[in-house]
Ligand binder design. Sequence first.
Ligand SMILES: [Cu+2]
Length: 379
Amino acid sequence: MTVNTPQSGARESGARESGAHESGARRPPWERQEFKFWIGAMSVLALLTAVAAMGAIVMASSKADKTIVQAGSGTASGPQIDTAAEPDASFAARDPKAPAVPSGTVHRITLEATEEVLEIAPGVEQIMWTFGGEVPGPTIRGKVGDTFEFTLVNKGENAHSIDFHASKVAWNTEMRSIAPGESLVYRFEAKHAGIFMYHCGTPPVIHHIGNGMYGAIIVDPPTLGSVDHEFVMVQSELYTAPSGEVAGPEKMLAEDWNGVVFNGYVNQYLHRPIRVEPNERVRIWVLDAGPSENSSFHVIGTIFDTVYKEGEYLLVPNAGRGGSQALDLQPAQGGFVEFTFDVPGLYPFVTHKFASASKGSVGLFQAGEVATADGGAGH
Ligand SMILES: [Cu+2]
């Protein structure tokens, strides 16, 4: 009598070598010849399927990528960024204010993919790949249930595309790459709330995001309360290129960035502080666009009483007096924080990963009438 324990199975198998068919009925199913045959056949089939699928992916991506690899082969080396350098007196920081939610429920927006020279730090100009001629691309806003209809027009010299993380659409249709001169319509209903990344998805994706093709789209949660100020900070890395050139993908692949910045420019809000008043309620939407570095968003001198991350409130003002010091984000994650400044003064904001902060991601809030280094207030 056979007892079905692993030991007895192992013991039996030795006897079965010389035994023959009659013992087959007593063998565990995985040791029967016909079972072994089908397992072997299925393994071969699975292997062939995997090889065929990989071949198809390689063929598809190399097809979409042909132009990009040629045109994108910028020089690996670019200038180092001097974070102590001052911008010209005429320098205007990018407006950090979050756009208002537009009226209506259908938003038709045209976005142009462009390739043009932009200043990314004092004295550093290079070709950036953009949405709408700016890095980050424009911040888009709506609410849950709204319909967005984007027309992407490729005005560049390389293939480009767009991928809205706020959408649920097929990768091979709306997110397809289009050649220079072409356009496509990308339509979706915003079904979920949050601050989402959008970016060019043309391979190699790291090259297109690393050269500036990213932005934020805010889909308001239905419960969003009102505040005195709303700002948007998009963190990203900067990869420099020689003047007049575009950065190649080598430094991006090596995670060897030259700068980490908010809203596309080195320390811009340190040079042009953001003006608020003490005790006003401030909300900052934060998106980490990467392509590779994470963020630990922190405002020095205050504590967040509200934190919303990736579609959920992690903290709201509560009886337990809970406080939050940093919003942690990986690339392509976002959220918002809310707080007040209790007394007049200057309040820096950073990513508390200080190796990154020291490469250009320091800004300043000016709460009230207090002196700033340059004697003036920004927004
Ligand atoms: Cu692109």
